[in-house]
Design a protein around this ligand. Structure first.
Ligand code: FA5
Ligand code: MG
Length: 416
């Protein structure tokens, strides 16, 4: 096993504990790094004039304008939920199977076997349902171990939503049922509905869900080419993704579907049907403002933030590049250790820890097995670029050297 943080059963330091708002004992699952912890509590979506705050506000406004009851907003807003959640919240409560890949240590940041940084905002769905909420938005930072490039960063933001309907709300004329066990399980001939639901209830929910999301997309982007793609999530059925045509390519904006009835009954809700979705804020903001690199959202440069200091949040803005500094490209090759698990995501984290935000991209460019010794070699290309200045080759070499040293020490690789 790779021991990223080798001190087992040692509590986190006092400073880290204060940051996390609790005490967590490390174990063989601990893979969270100091650099990732530094993002906890920054809450970019709540920072005035931040582009993510603008998008967050526009999405809330859309829901408040679209769904009102006696001129009161229907949706409750939760945008300060703490990002440390239990394995139960992030996975079990959403019926994610025990052996599902999304639970793996190489995909999530675990504090220990029991707690992790949430990998999606859906992690809070079941607890809010159990708390009696029927219509709500959950907005916050989510954490995933992932590749490094201009559209991926280990921390990003999502808005998740839930809308429940009772029979009376769905069929105001009382001529329909939510539940209908006798009907065939086919739904539309394409995707199976859940066995317990009636076809007409699912149809009505699907229609409201899709119209709501298309309305949201229209309110953000105006007229844009879109398509619905069928997909699966462990917590919804049927499920779809909405893609928009942007920059000559299809971009996935969100995932959605009809909530699994078991999630509702586990939360004590027996007579409702619900829809839910999750959308990425960075994706929306990058399209809306033509922001070319996801790292820019973390910039403290006033040249970046001042561009989003708007009198009207609906105003259209096109991001102007502060400046474009040259890249520096260095490769690193090493033999993987024998009898020790190695995941590229461990190396990506190590690069982030030692290289910080000057790392623009890390790519595995070569992977081969030595014919005689059977040892495996990886070669990674690291692209360095500072957002605000030109890097010298010496500066880059020092960081690159540090990455090599750390990889040798922590991941037990042999540099070639
Ligand atoms: C989810 O996270 C589901 N929880 C969404 C959901 C909620 C489905 C409720 C059904 C019901 P997914 O991993 O596809 O799904 O992420 C949802 C959205 O987050 C994506 O469509 C995308 O907009 C955004 N997103 C996902 N990964 C990244 C990433 N690495 N960088 C930026 N945005 C991302
Ligand atoms: Mg997806």
């Amino acid at each position: 096993m790779v021991r990223f943080l080798p001190c087992l059963r040692r509590p986190f330091t006092t400073a880290t504990k204060a940051h996390l708002g609790g005490s967590y004992i490390r174990d063989d699952y601990t893979n969270i790094t100091t650099r990732i912890l530094e993002h906890v509590g920054l809450n970019l979506h709540l920072q005035k004039n931040h582009p993510l705050n603008l998008v967050h506000q526009r999405i809330i406004n859309y829901f408040h304008e679209t769904f009102t009851l006696s001129s009161k907003p229907v949706f409750s807003i939760f945008n300060e939920l703490k990002p440390i959640v239990s394995v139960n919240q992030n996975f079990d409560s959403l019926l994610i199977p025990k052996d599902h890949v999304s639970r793996s240590k190489s995909d999530c940041y675990y504090l220990n076997r029991e707690y992790l940084l949430r990998a999606h905002m859906t992690a809070h769905q079941a607890e809010l349902l159990a708390g009696g909420f029927k219509n709500f938005l959950m907005i916050g930072d989510v954490y995933r171990r992932d590749e490094i490039d201009r559209t991926h960063y280990p921390v990003f933001h999502q808005v998740d939503a839930v809308r429940l309907k009772s029979r009376d709300e769905l069929f105001p004329n009382a001529c329909g049922h939510i539940f209908d066990k006798s009907v065939s399980t086919d739904y539309d001939g394409i995707q199976a509905k859940q066995e317990c639901h009636s076809v007409e209830a699912v149809k009505l929910m699907e229609e409201e869900l899709k119209n709501t999301l298309l309305g949201l997309v229209k309110s953000l982007f105006g007229d844009v080419k879109y398509r619905w793609v069928e997909t699966t999530f462990p917590f919804t059925q049927p499920s779809w993704e909405l893609e928009v045509f942007y920059n000559n390519d299809w971009l996935e904006l969100l995932g959605c579907g009809i909530m699994k009835h078991h999630i509702l009954t586990n939360a004590g809700v027996h007579d409702n049907i619900g829809w839910a979705f999750g959308i990425g804020l960075e994706r929306v903001a990058m399209c809306l403002y033509k922001i070319p690199d996801i790292r820019l959202f973390w910039s403290k440069d006033s040249g970046f933030l001042s561009q989003f200091n708007l009198c009207d949040i609906n105003q259209s803005v096109t991001y102007k590049e502060i400046s474009q500094f040259p890249q520096c490209i260095n490769d690193i090759s090493f033999w993987l250790p024998d009898n020790v698990e190695f995941s590229s995501n461990d190396f990506y984290d190590l690069v982030r820890d030692n290289g910080g935000n000057i790392v623009e991209q890390v790519e595995l460019i070569d992977n081969f097995v030595h014919p005689k010794t059977k040892k495996i070699s990886h070669c990674y290309r690291i692209t360095y670029r500072h957002m605000e200045k030109t890097l010298t080759q010496e500066e880059v070499n020092r960081v690159h050297q540090r990455i090599g040293d750390a990889a040798r020490e922590k991941l037990l690789v042999e540099i070639r």
